[in-house]
Design a protein around this ligand. Structure first.
Ligand code: ARG
Ligand code: ZN
Length: 424
């Protein structure tokens, strides 16, 4: 029995494996908190002499003293980095000792679904088929449309979720901006499932769907998402070709027309926070922005789902100025994070983006806000990263038994909507 079990799980592993096989072997993820400018400078130096993938913040240029910084380095360099860190006197922790171990768990059929599952990660084809199925199965609540095409020619699907009624206000929710943040598309799918399963049973959900429409965009950066399944699990950007560069992709959340590329974004096509050649240069961000522009009279709230860090952010991120309805946004965020902590004790930090994490221009939240959508929030879902854990790494949350990971934010959003929509 034992050997049979072993061989069937091996078969599962092998059938899912691709060129990513040992790509992350012995790579380490370090966590540091630079205490002063000199230590920040040291991290810049490190990034200049080798390839460093910043997980948090998103780029070396965003690092400031006292900020928690998580970064990934190549296997061959990991011991040098550790030596350099020791020499620098900066305190460090090894967040992940061998990234491949965490990655291996990701290839398990317990994590990657073979047919659609709300408790596993689904590949793009499965999600695409699901958007058609969920609409076909719930014709009175869900309808599907196509808002555009990706760079590589995939249809960008949008679900409209709500009881068919006239003149409804709407809440727009998107997932999958950044390709490696897999929990995000999983959340969007979970949200739609909750909506259709609890409509007519749960009074809050029933009222919400009677009175409002939810536009749910399950994956916006589809090409990037596909690439994380097939080539590089840690890919972040889109997959468009950059003229005059060997590097691919633009950071979609630096590509909107909100202080575009002025702060916390890079003009270098090779950077993970590349702002693109112009605002909305990416077909994906253009399609999203076009849809929102065309529906400004009904969309009253904009929610965009990222990971990780457990944050609830609102405008602005492109400036330290506070938005006109700062007080209101702050009290909504405060109520939401309190409600959220009551569920799984997950603590979410909240505030305006620029001061809460870092200034970063060109984000969809600031752009939507400036279009007149007064309730605009970015969620950074779980995890916060557990030091030394090989199997419970950020970006790579394990199976979400009983919707623990995806369900969490669902309640938070409901709470948000509830509080925030009152006078919208
Ligand atoms: N981690 C997200 C990002 O850097 C945070 C987005 C916050 N909003 C913003 N406009 N920068 O894309
Ligand atoms: Zn993100």
């Amino acid at each position: 029995a034992h050997s049979q079990q072993l061989s069937s799980s091996m078969a599962g592993v092998l059938s899912h494996r691709t060129s990513q096989d040992l790509a992350f072997d012995r790579q380490k993820v370090f966590r540091v908190i630079p205490q002063n400018d000199e230590q920040v400078e040291f991290l810049n130096f490190l990034a200049s002499i080798m390839e460093v993938d910043f997980w948090k913040p998103d780029s070396v240029t965003l690092i400031r003293p006292k900020m928690q910084v998580d970064f990934r380095v190549e296997a061959e360099k990991s011991f040098d980095v550790e030596d350099l860190l020791k020499e620098s006197g900066m305190e460090y922790q090894v967040l992940i000792d061998n990234l491949q171990a965490a990655m291996d768990a990701q290839f398990d059929s317990k994590v990657r679904a073979t047919s659609h599952s709300y408790e596993k990660y689904n590949n793009w084809d499965t999600i695409a088929a699901w958007t058609a199925d969920i609409a076909a199965q719930n014709p009175d609540l869900v309808s599907r449309s196509v808002i555009g095409e990706t760079y590589e020619g995939r249809s960008i699907y949008l679900l409209k979720v709500g009881k068919n009624n006239q003149n409804k206000k709407a809440i727009f929710i998107d997932c999958g901006f950044h390709a490696r943040e897999w929990i995000s598309p999983a959340f969007c799918q979970w949200f739609v499932k909750e909506a259709v399963e609890t409509y007519g049973k749960d009074t809050v959900m029933t009222t919400l769907l009677d009175k409002l429409d939810f536009y749910v965009l399950p994956v916006i950066n589809i090409d990037g998402y596909v690439y994380t399944w097939t080539n590089d699990r840690m890919w972040r950007k889109t997959r468009s070709k950059n003229a005059g560069s060997v590097c691919y992709g633009t950071d979609p959340n630096r590509n909107f027309d909100a202080g575009w590329c002025t702060l916390g974004a890079s003009k270098s096509p090779c950077a993970s926070t590349y702002c693109g050649s112009a605002p909305e240069s990416e077909k994906e961000t253009k399609a999203l922005a076009d849809f929102i522009r065309e529906h400004l009279s009904t969309i009253k709230a904009y929610l965009t789902i990222h990971s990780y860090s457990q944050l609830l952010l609102f405008p602005y991120s492109y400036t330290y100025d506070l938005p006109p309805n700062y007080q209101e946004l702050n009290s909504i965020a405060s109520a939401a994070s309190k409600k959220l902590a009551s569920l799984y004790n997950t603590k979410y930090t909240y505030g305006p983006g620029a001061e809460t994490i870092y200034p970063a221009a060109g984000g969809s939240d600031d752009w939507a806000y400036n279009q007149g959508i007064k309730y605009s929030f970015t969620f950074e879902l779980r995890d916060t990263g557990r030091v030394g854990s090989p199997t419970y790494a950020p970006f790579m949350l394990p199976t979400f038994t009983s919707g623990e990971f995806t369900g969490t934010s669902n309640r938070m959003i409901l709470r948000n909507v509830h509080t925030g929509m009152k006078d919208a």
